[in-house]
Design a protein around this ligand. Structure first.
Ligand SMILES: Cc1cc2nc3c(=O)[nH]c(=O)nc-3n(C[C@H](O)[C@H](O)[C@H](O)COP(=O)(O)OP(=O)(O)OC[C@H]3O[C@@H](n4cnc5c(N)ncnc54)[C@H](O)[C@@H]3O)c2cc1C
Length: 432
């Protein structure tokens, strides 16, 4: 047993993974979670026979260790799939990624995209530019930028792209070679591009089975325990409605802007760094509908402004066991922020109208169930202050025995796999 008291704030995948890796090393730790269930963003709920995740949540593995760990935890309740992702623009569906499948587009657009791509790749030399907008133009040329990359990313990030950096792009945006773009101009590209070319998903009961499996192997996970004050000097937490809790080391997975509201003392310069953090939010509407819908397709991107959502996906194509027989279920995602707010009174109607307009919802697809998840912290925005602010915050907190981890603790564009690995890394920092 460790003599030091380790407290973990949050039982999403990062907090659960930190606890699991500590307890595996026989180091005692205590997890406090504000919600009634574990999982954070990685959770599922059942409504009238439909199992909905909180937006689309598919597992992608870059790392053998995580794949093996998740397989062991889910005990066979895991199936692999080859991505079937599409883009809806110019009134047609073209294969994702756009830049490697130009053959689907109307010929004048496909030609413009190819010529401009080849021109850009001819002049590309040395280090890629740091600004996101410049990076897009230099990597893909003006055609692909104009017809997909810029409108899609503006819609997704909600902020002007010249305010962002390209620090996050390597892991998330496929960059095909010129020969591959040319191949995709003539015929559908068979090469599997990007981190999400394959994915894994539970056969039964939705993605929430993963955090549940972690929880079943853990001790000291307290739910319905919201932390609303952290005293760094006394090394003490306030748990709403309960006794105060002492800690020697705190692992925090809660979003940094929320942490800033409850932690004290916080020097003025560090508070200033917290205030520089920016993010977008995601309004997720899930729908349970009658009849068949987009059979075989996993998800579709909508780059243009005419459609309110930037992506729609199809739970029933991840697993037939999570929808009632003869029915289908759809998730839609709308990005918003202070820079681009949404109208909450109208957004559901707008989404349903646009699903009909683009042919996803047909006459036969009567809507049975609606489920809303308004995700305040969606994606951290990588702007010119990002590195300076996150490094200063992390350094200050570490100096006060607070280790941050997870997507919103570390404040990074992380997948579920990354959150599990980040939890492990936090646990590795603690010695017995
Ligand atoms: C819209 C969207 C779609 C995504 N899709 C995918 C995908 O398809 N594939 C993929 O791999 N990843 C996906 N992700 C990323 C994935 O959801 C995250 O990387 C991962 O779930 C983050 O886990 P976490 O533990 O770091 O954070 P969280 O899941 O946010 O967990 C933090 C926990 O802390 C708790 N908490 C917060 N404040 C307090 C407090 N004061 N007191 C006590 N508890 C508190 C919260 O309730 C929560 O349970 C997606 C993310 C978003 C936003």
């Amino acid at each position: 047993m460790s003599k030091k008291k380790i407290v973990i704030l949050g039982a999403g995948l990062a907090g659960l993974s930190a606890a699991w890796h500590l307890q595996k090393k026989k180091i005692e730790c205590f997890v406090f979670e504000k919600d009634a269930t574990v999982g954070g963003l990685c959770r599922s709920k059942k409504i009238k026979g439909f199992i909905f995740d909180c937006d689309g949540h598919l597992l992608h593995f870059r790392n053998k260790y995580t794949l093996q760990l998740v397989r062991r935890l889910l005990k066979g309740n895991l199936a692999s799939h080859v991505r079937s992702a599409w883009i809806n623009s110019f009134g047609i569906f073209s294969r994702y990624p756009f830049q490697a499948n130009l053959c689907f587009l109307p010929m004048p657009i496909a030609k413009e995209c190819l010529f401009e791509f080849l021109k850009a790749s001819q002049f590309q030399q040395g280090k890629a530019p740091v600004g996101f907008l410049k990076w897009i133009n230099a990597s893909f040329g003006k055609g692909i930028s104009r017809h997909f990359m810029v409108p899609y990313n503006e819609k997704f990030w909600t902020v002007p792209l010249d305010e962002m950096t390209s620090a996050w792009t390597d892991n998330f945006i496929p960059q095909p070679k010129p020969s591959e773009v040319i191949e995709g101009f003539f015929a559908e590209n068979k090469h599997r591009f990007g981190y999400n070319a394959c994915f894994w998903y539970p056969r039964h009961a939705g993605i929430g089975q993963l955090p549940r499996a972690f929880e079943q192997q853990l001790c000291n996970v307290s739910k319905n325990c919201r932390i609303n004050a952290i005293d760094l000097q006394k090394r003490e937490l306030n748990v709403v409605g309960k006794e105060k809790v002492k800690f020697d080391t705190l692992i925090s997975t809660m979003p940094l802007p929320e942490l800033a509201k409850i932690i004290q003392p916080l020097p003025g310069d560090i508070l200033g760094m917290f205030r520089k953090l920016r993010w977008n939010s995601i309004f997720n509407l899930n729908l349970g509908v009658e009849g068949a819908c987009q059979e075989g397709r996993h998800w579709v991107y909508f780059p243009h402004k005419e459609t309110v959502f930037f992506r729609a996906g199809f739970f029933h194509n991840f697993s037939r066991n999570i929808v009632p027989c003869g029915k289908s279920s759809i998730y839609t995602e709308v990005a918003y922020s202070k820079d681009r707010p949404i109208n909450r009174n109208k957004i559901v109607t707008m989404i349903i109208n646009d699903l009909k307009a683009c042919g996803i919802l047909g006459e036969e697809n009567k809507v049975n169930v609606l489920d809303i998840n308004d995700i305040k912290y969606g994606y951290p925005i990588y702007d010119k202050y990002y590195s300076q602010a996150t490094e200063a915050i992390r350094g200050f907190l570490l100096g006060n025995n607070v280790i941050v981890c997870g997507r919103y603790g570390s404040w990074k564009y992380m997948s579920m796999e990354d959150a599990i690995l980040d939890g492990k890394q936090a646990a590795d920092k603690i010695k017995r």
